[in-house]
Design a protein around this ligand. Structure first.
Ligand SMILES: O=C(O)CCC(=O)C(=O)O
Length: 319
């Protein structure tokens, strides 16, 4: 799989989303699944040693082990995976997946050859009944600085297991991504920003199942959400984002250099986390090629997070 044909790109431009079912060969997801299994195992051993967990549930498969662990220790088992909501896990296999040549070739079809890995990537082990597993309606731009609203920051939503309606795949509101950023409110379910139903156009929403190996592409202005799920499967997924190097970013800039007084176009779309160049024909020397470099960058930002963009969102009025 490489560059996309005009047909799917036109679909994306019209609808604001595109699901490609077979972007990765089956073996491409295996290293990240293994890396996450090892991480979960280390964390489980630590919690057992601290007397907080009865056993490590090693017999459970990748799809179910975290459900069992979470039932005993809750969020504690997730900390090393999700971090403070920012860096979280930044291992070799994660880096290799978000810089996978097939993925980057496809991303290039949307945003051109000068590609910056947007700072905002998230590993989401969506566990049944977990508060933060339910993500309400939002546009990713609701989190980004307003000066990036007109630019494409491409979300690539990558399930590590089959994502179905039963396990809480994403839902999208098609054909409204050219209507700007809707009003978001703070303190939504799970602590997320959210858009109230009555503020959204009355289009039909769509559930978009994605098989493992597939990718769901979204614009930063496509409203989307994910619903609760009630099976005991962990719907592991990774959402990574990419933007053209022409879109404001903080690639190559240490967090200490963040300066809120600079003009907006010199500030990253999302300053708290580290953007990084993943492909460049004009400046190959700027490409981050080794996961250790990526990891150090992410950890540095995790320690000293520049402030989040302020868009003036407030809590929703009470009825
Ligand atoms: O993975 C999910 O459940 C939600 C993902 C999401 O909202 C996003 O990637 O912006």
């Amino acid at each position: 799989m490489s560059r996309l044909d005009p047909g799917p790109l036109e679909f994306f431009a019209r609808q604001g989303y595109l699901m490609v079912p077979d972007l990765f060969p089956p073996e491409a997801l295996a290293p990240l699944r293994t890396e996450l299994t090892e991480l979960v195992h280390r964390e489980a051993l630590r919690l057992c040693a601290e007397g907080r967990l009865s056993r490590v549930y090693e017999e459970e498969p990748f799809e179910r082990r975290l459900t069992r662990l979470y039932a005993e220790v809750g969020d504690e088992i997730l900390k090393a995976i999700t971090g403070r909501g920012g860096g979280g896990h930044s291992g070799r296999a994660l880096f290799e997946l978000i810089t996978h040549p097939g993925l980057l070739a496809t991303v290039e079809s949307f945003i051109g050859p000068e590609i910056v890995g947007s700072s905002v990537y998230r590993i989401r082990p969506k566990i049944p009944q977990m508060d933060r597993g339910v993500v309400p309606w939002h546009q990713d731009s609701g989190y980004f600085a307003p000066h990036c609203d007109q630019s494409l920051v491409l979300t690539c939503w990558i399930p590590l297991v089959d994502a179905t309606v039963e396990t809480g795949c994403l839902q999208v509101l098609p054909r409204v991504h050219d209507q700007g950023v809707f009003r978001h409110y703070t303190h939504g379910p799970g602590g997320y920003l959210f858009i109230q139903d009555q503020d959204l156009p009355s289009q039909e929403w769509l559930s978009v199942p994605v098989p493992a190996g597939g990718v769901l592409f979204l614009t930063n202005c496509t409203p989307h959400r994910s619903l609760p799920h009630h099976t005991d499967v962990v719907r592991w997924s990774l959402d990574a984002r990419y933007q053209s190097a022409e879109v404001p970013n903080n690639a190559g800039q240490p967090p200490e250099d963040f300066d809120a007084s600079l003009p907006a176009y010199e500030q990253a779309c999302y300053p708290p986390e580290a953007d990084f160049v993943v492909q460049s024909r004009l400046h190959p020397e700027k490409v981050v090629r080794h996961w250790e470099e990526f990891d150090q960058l992410r950890q540095r930002y995790e320690k000293l997070r520049p402030p989040s963009p302020q868009r003036g969102w407030v809590p929703a009025p009470q009825d």
